[in-house]
Design a protein around this ligand. Structure first.
Ligand code: NAI
Ligand code: HPV
Length: 595
């Protein structure tokens, strides 16, 4: 398979980068993975670097191996314990930011970056400390490191479970204070007890597996977990109410989201078995902490073991932390030597890859398109953007662009044809020429929505071999006037259509006129009375000015009637030449379009 172009940073002076081929400029914000990464999923962004190398701000402690990787590619600024104000000040000088759970990457951070911040890397799983909406709105990719700390978190969950059941922390504190309290710290056994795992994802299922090894009966609740994965490790998936009502122990492993916020509260504690014991290595916010104190005091909850808190660090006088039946650790779930090295490498690779414009296998705020699909779609991606650019330039000043209809003619079955990337590129093509907004795959849908641009998509199903993903793309803009009347279709929309020929995008239809011009350089469209000599007349006007004509084609409705001539030019003709073209008697209207 042919290797895809690997893009470089926008700053061409970087010696380590400039040897790589660049993508066509129209794709400068959406990039493709090199072929050796084909099995990975990706997403892409370029960085704008003010020096030779991009700058990565590492705002929390990261494993050495990850730092080494980053330093090979970027200027790395390790500044820990920044205040929110300091972070906002520094961020405008950074292309990427790497954090763990201790840094709030909120809207102000994105606003303060002035558009330079292209990637936020979360060196861990939970991204509840990153404002994903703000990231998306600013076209900033967020990546995480979702796998390297799974085992560490699961082991910590099991450590807390056992330590809680046997009062290890309390007994340790007691003996260190000079006491010997063997009767006070009689524990409970784990074997034969029911453990409810809430959130049966990566960590939850590893906890379940280990708890089974301890002889526990394990049930799980997770609205999205596949039943066969649970069955494979001998775990029954049950409803939330059944899980909390039957469990002797509850272990929490769901992310903190608006739906899971304070999932354990007065109402749910009331449904639990009296004497239940709770472990939380997920996020503090999934428990209403005040309700937990009440449940502990009321004897509903016998014990709790908590690694995470709604506010970190918690207040020193927190009733929950100080409660004698509560065991606490300072968010240590991911903190093993092994996990931290793994996470650091995972996030460094993701951030460097994204900055290079290669891949991010772990994008959290953008659709991920499998690399194989991207390989196929590459020429269509370029076509999509250029059709968007052409269509919007045909709109007469003063008409607001609101409704865009895109038709994909394809022989592929709908579930075998992903249009998100093409839609993003059409959006980019339409919005960028008429605004200062930078559009990429991360923020395309958001930007369209924000501007009131409604893009509807339809597939025209073709018979035949689905070898090529697409036959043609048609972009129509409705309810607008055109500055080139011939671009209007019979039904009153601006219409352009294109297809890929020998790997090169071509414009094949304007309004109801068939044309054929490769979408490179720029284009002049002229409507004329079809007559001999027109190509020569226009060609010589351009030739006098040394404007190289790359392509010309004439599409007519009938011989000697109206025709649309499409002329591909490498350079922008002067105003004077355009005026002279307009003055050619047979030319009824013309438009110059920049690609
Ligand atoms: N204490 C620590 O240092 C660490 C904490 N974590 C936290 O553990 C949590 C889980 O991490 P992973 O297993 O890697 O994530 P994951 O994404 O693999 O699993 C989360 C699971 O929660 C499920 N879920 C979502 N909403 C739910 C709901 N309302 N009820 C029940 N289940 C629900 C999802 O379907 C998914 O299966 C995250 O919050 C993460 O931040 C992860 C690593 C270390
Ligand atoms: O990965 C996670 O979700 C964690 O909670 C780990 O957090 P940390 O990177 O140790 O601050």
């Amino acid at each position: 398979m042919a290797s895809l172009a690997t893009p470089t940073l926008k700053n061409p002076s970087s010696p380590s980068l400039s040897s790589k081929p660049r993508l066509p400029s129209a794709l400068s914000s959406l990039h493709f993975p090199p072929s050796h990464h084909h099995r990975r999923r990706f997403l892409i962004i370029t960085a704008s670097a003010s020096s030779n190398k991009p700058t990565v701000l590492v705002a929390e402690k990261l494993g050495e191996a990850g730092l080494l990787l980053l330093k090979q590619f970027a200027d790395v600024d390790c500044s820990y314990n920044l205040s929110p104000e300091e972070l906002c000040t520094k961020i405008s000088l950074c292309d990427a930011l790497i954090v763990r759970s201790g840094t709030k990457v909120n809207r102000e951070v994105f606003e303060s970056s002035g558009g330079r911040l292209k990637v936020v890397g979360r060196a861990g799983v939970g991204i509840d400390n990153v404002d994903l909406s703000a990231a998306t709105e600013h076209g900033c990719l967020v990546v995480n490191a979702p796998t390297a700390n799974t085992v560490a978190a699961a082991e910590h969950g099991i450590a807390l479970l056992a330590a809680m059941a046997r009062n290890v922390a309390q007994a340790d504190a007691s003996i260190k204070s000079g006491k010997w309290q063997r009767n006070k710290y009689v524990g409970v056994s784990l074997v034969g007890k029911t453990l409810a795992v809430l959130g049966f994802g990566k960590v939850g299922s590893e906890v379940a597996r280990r708890a089974k090894g301890l002889g526990m009966h394990v049930i799980a609740h997770d609205p999205y977990a596949p039943a066969d994965r649970a069955r494979a490790i001998g775990v029954e998936l049950v409803s939330f109410d059944e899980a909390i009502a039957t469990a002797d122990f509850i272990s929490l492993h769901m992310p903190l989201t608006p739906a899971t916020n304070k999932m354990l509260n007065d109402e749910t504690f009331a449904k639990m078995k009296k004497g239940v014991r709770i472990v939380n290595v997920a996020r503090g916010g999934v428990i209403d902490e005040e309700a937990l104190v009440r449940a502990l005091d009321d004897g509903i909850v016998a014990q709790a073991a908590l690694d995470v808190f709604s506010e970190e660090p918690p207040k020193p006088d927190s009733k929950l932390v100080q409660h004698e039946r509560v065991t606490v650790t300072p968010h240590l779930g991911a903190s093993t030597v092994e996990a931290q090295e793994g996470v650091a490498i995972e996030i460094a690779e993701a951030v460097v890859g994204a900055l290079k414009g290669e891949l991010a296998a772990t994008a959290v705020n953008a659709p991920m398109v499998p690399a194989e699909v991207l390989t196929e779609l590459k020429p269509f991606v370029e076509l999509a953007e250029k059709l968007g650019r052409l269509a919007v330039q045909l709109v007469a000043g003063g008409s607001g662009v609101k409704n865009v209809k895109v038709s994909y003619a394809t022989a592929r079955a709908p579930d075998d044809f992903d249009t998100r990337l093409l839609r993003a590129m059409i959006t980019k093509g339409i919005i960028e020429p008429i605004s200062s907004v930078f559009v990429n795959l991360v923020n395309a849908d958001f930007t369209a929505k924000q501007r009131g641009l409604r893009i509807t998509e339809e597939r025209v199903l073709l018979d035949g071999s689905p070898e090529s993903p697409l036959e043609s793309i048609q972009v129509q803009i409705a309810n607008v006037e055109s500055k080139f009347a011939s671009a209007m279709s019979e039904t009153g929309e601006i219409r352009v259509e294109g297809r890929v020929k020998d790997g090169i995008p071509h414009l094949t239809k304007v309004g109801s006129f068939e044309v054929d011009v490769s979408l490179e350089g720029s284009i002049i469209l002229c409507r004329q009375v079809d007559q001999p000599g027109m190509i020569g007349t226009v060609g010589s006007i351009l030739g006098e000015e040394n404007v190289n004509v790359s392509f010309m084609s004439v599409g007519r409705v009938a011989p000697r009637k109206h025709a649309v001539m499409a002329i591909g030019v490498d350079d922008q003709p002067s105003k004077e030449s355009l005026k002279r073209i307009g003055e050619v008697p047979a030319i009824e209207e013309f438009v110059f379009l920049k690609l």
